[in-house]
Design a protein around this ligand. Structure first.
Ligand code: SAM
Length: 484
C-alpha cells in the first residue's frame, strides 16, 4: 500500500462512479436479491457471483470488492472512468495479467438516511478459505463495531475521540454531531485507511498516531469511544494481530483506558468502551471494574461470560487458525497461560463512564435488549443523577411500555407472582409484590409518591411502606419503569 492520500479529484471521480452505478447498500441488495445477499453475509460468494454475470459497472464493483473476484481490465476501466491508474498506484486495486483484483475493500455502508463507503482490508475467510491474517490487518465493519455504534450516547459533542479507529467506522458515525473529531491508532495501515475513508466521505477527521491516550496528552473530550484490542492473549503470542491484541498484560488495555478516561474528559463527558475482562479466581469481577472506575459515575454490563476453553476457541477461529497445524499447540499454550493468571472465565461487555461524581454499577445482563441502546444509556445515567434524596415529593408516571404479567393457580384469589416488564431499553423484568404493583398502577402523575404510599398504608393498615418501598421505587425509576 502506498503512503499517498486520496486526491480531491479521485474522490470526486470515485464517488461519481459509485453513485452512477448505484454501488450503495440498497443498490447492492437490489442487484443480489435477498438470498445472495444473505449468503454473502455468511461469507458465501457463489450465488452473488451468479447474480452479477451481466458485467455492468455495479456487477464489476460487487465482484471486485465484495466477492474478491478479479475482473477484466476493460470492465474495471469502464466502471471507474479515469480512476484505474490512481487506484493501482495507491494499492487499492492490483493487476494480474489482463485482470484486475481488489487489494483493499471498499464497500457501501448506511444507517437510516446516511450513506458512506468504508475502506478496510479485504474480508477474510470468504467461501471457507482458511487464511491466517496479516498482523497489521485492518478490520472492516465487524459486529463488535456496530455494537459500539449502537451503544454510543446520542449527544452532540464539541470534541470527541475514537481510540483505535481501525477503518474509521466509529468516527464516521460521530462526524455529523461533533465539532472536532480525533481518531487514533498505532497501526500505520489503519491510520492510512481511516484517512482514505474520511476523505472518500468528505469528513473532517484529525487522525493521529499513537497508543491509547498518548496522542491526546493534555486534551479533554466530551465523548470518548473505543472498541479497543481487548483480546486477552499470552503476551508472547506468535503473529499477534494488532486489531485485537496488544502487548498489555491480561485486560490491562481496558483498565488503562478506563482509569485514564477522567483526565481526558470534560466535566460530564462520556467514555464508552467495548471490553473483555478477566474473572480471576477468588475475586468478584464487579469489584475489579469498580476499582478502575473509582468515584466516577459508571455502568458496566457483562453481556456474556465464556470459560477459558470457549474463549480460546473463539479467538483462534477468528484468526483463521482452526484446522491449521499449529492450532492445538496455540490452544494448549493459551489455556495454560490463562490458568497461570488464575483466570477462571472471561467477561465480555461494555463499560460506560461519565465524568461526574457517582458510583459504579456492574451487572450481568445476557438478555436481548433494544437497539440502539445508546439513548437508554444516556437517559439511565441522567435519571440516576437527577434523582432527589427524598422521592416523596415526586409525581411519577408509569412508562408506556411497561406491562404486567401475573401467574398463579387457576381460580386462586391472588396471583403467585407479579412481574413488571419493560419492552424498551434493557427490557428489564422486575418481580414485585401486590403493594408495589398497586403503587405502580396508581402512578398516573396525579398524586405524589408520598400521597400514594400514605393511601396504600391506610388501606393496608401498615406503617412500614415508606421505609420498605422507597428504595424499590428508586430502582424502578432508575430502570425507567417510572418516570418523573
Ligand atoms: C477491534 S479494532 C476496532 C476498530 C474500529 N474502531 C471498530 O470499531 O471496528 C481495535 C483497533 O485498535 C488499534 N490498536 C491496537 N493497539 C492500540 C493501542 N495501543 N492504542 C491505540 N489503538 C490501538 C488496532 O490497530 C485496531 O485498529
Amino acid at each position: 500500500m502506498d503512503e499517498e492520500e486520496l486526491s480531491a479529484g479521485l474522490v470526486d471521480r470515485l464517488r461519481g462512479a459509485f453513485e452512477v452505478a448505484a454501488y450503495t447498500v440498497d443498490g447492492v441488495a437490489e442487484r443480489l436479491g435477498p438470498q445472495a445477499n444473505g449468503a454473502l453475509a455468511r461469507n458465501e460468494t457463489t450465488l452473488a457471483f451468479q447474480r452479477t454475470a451481466a458485467g455492468d459497472s455495479l456487477d464489476t464493483m460487487i465482484r471486485l470488492f465484495l466477492l474478491q473476484r478479479a475482473a477484466p481490465k476493460e470492465l474495471v476501466e469502464k466502471a471507474f472512468p479515469g480512476c484505474l491508474a490512481e487506484l493501482l498506484a495507491l494499492g487499492i486495486l492490483k493487476e494480474a495479467g489482463h485482470l484486475v483484483a481488489a487489494a483493499i475493500d471498499v464497500r457501501p455502508y448506511a444507517e437510516d438516511d446516511r450513506h458512506w463507503w468504508v475502506i478496510a482490508d479485504l474480508t477474510p475467510g470468504l467461501d471457507g478459505r482458511r487464511e491466517p491474517m496479516r498482523s497489521d490487518y485492518v478490520l472492516g465493519i465487524a459486529p463488535a463495531s456496530l455494537s459500539l455504534v449502537k451503544l454510543t450516547v446520542p449527544i452532540k459533542a464539541g470534541k470527541a475521540l475514537d481510540v483505535g479507529t481501525g477503518c474509521g467506522i466509529q468516527a464516521l458515525h460521530l462526524a455529523d454531531r461533533v465539532g472536532h473529531l480525533v481518531a487514533t491508532d498505532i497501526n500505520p495501515r489503519a491510520l492510512q485507511l481511516t484517512r482514505w475513508t474520511a476523505a472518500l466521505n468528505r469528513i473532517d477527521l484529525d487522525v493521529r498516531d499513537g497508543s491509547l491516550y498518548e496522542p491526546v496528552a493534555g486534551e479533554q473530550f466530551d465523548l470518548i469511544v473505543s472498541n479497543p484490542p481487548y483480546v486477552i492473549a499470552p503476551p508472547s503470542a506468535e503473529a499477534r494481530l494488532t486489531y485485537r491484541e496488544t502487548g498489555f498484560a491480561g485486560d490491562a488495555v481496558v483498565e488503562q483506558l478506563v482509569r485514564q478516561a477522567p483526565q481526558h474528559l470534560t466535566e460530564g463527558g462520556w467514555c464508552q468502551l467495548l471490553a473483555n475482562w478477566t474473572c480471576v479466581r477468588g475475586q468478584d469481577w464487579r469489584e475489579r471494574i469498580a476499582s478502575w472506575t473509582g468515584d466516577r459515575s459508571s455502568w458496566a454490563v457483562q453481556r456474556e461470560q465464556l470459560d477459558p476453553a470457549e474463549y480460546v476457541e473463539l479467538w483462534l477461529r477468528d484468526a483463521g487458525l482452526h484446522g491449521r497445524p499449529e492450532y492445538t499447540s496455540r490452544y494448549d499454550a493459551w489455556l495454560r497461560w490463562l490458568d497461570k493468571q488464575q483466570v477462571e472465565a472471561i467477561g465480555m461487555g461494555w463499560i460506560n463512564l461519565r465524568n461526574t461524581a457517582g458510583s459504579t454499577h456492574a451487572e450481568e445482563w445476557p438478555y436481548e435488549i433494544e437497539q440502539p441502546i445508546g439513548p437508554y444509556v444516556l437517559d439511565r445515567l441522567e435519571r440516576i443523577q437527577g434523582l432527589p434524596a427524598d422521592l416523596t415529593g415526586l409525581y411519577l408516571t408509569t412508562a408506556e411500555d411497561v406491562i404486567q404479567e401475573t401467574t398463579g393457580q387457576p381460580g386462586a384469589e391472588d396471583p403467585a407472582t407479579i412481574v413488571l416488564r419493560r419492552q424498551r431499553g434493557m427490557r428489564r423484568a422486575e418481580q414485585v409484590d401486590t403493594v408495589l404493583a398497586g403503587f405502580v398502577g396508581a402512578c398516573d402523575g396525579d398524586l405524589s409518591v408520598g400521597q400514594i404510599l400514605d393511601a396504600l398504608a391506610s388501606l393496608l393498615e401498615r406503617d412500614d411502606l415508606h421505609a420498605n418501598y422507597l428504595p424499590k421505587i428508586a430502582d424502578l425509576i432508575t430502570e425507567g419503569f417510572l418516570t418523573y
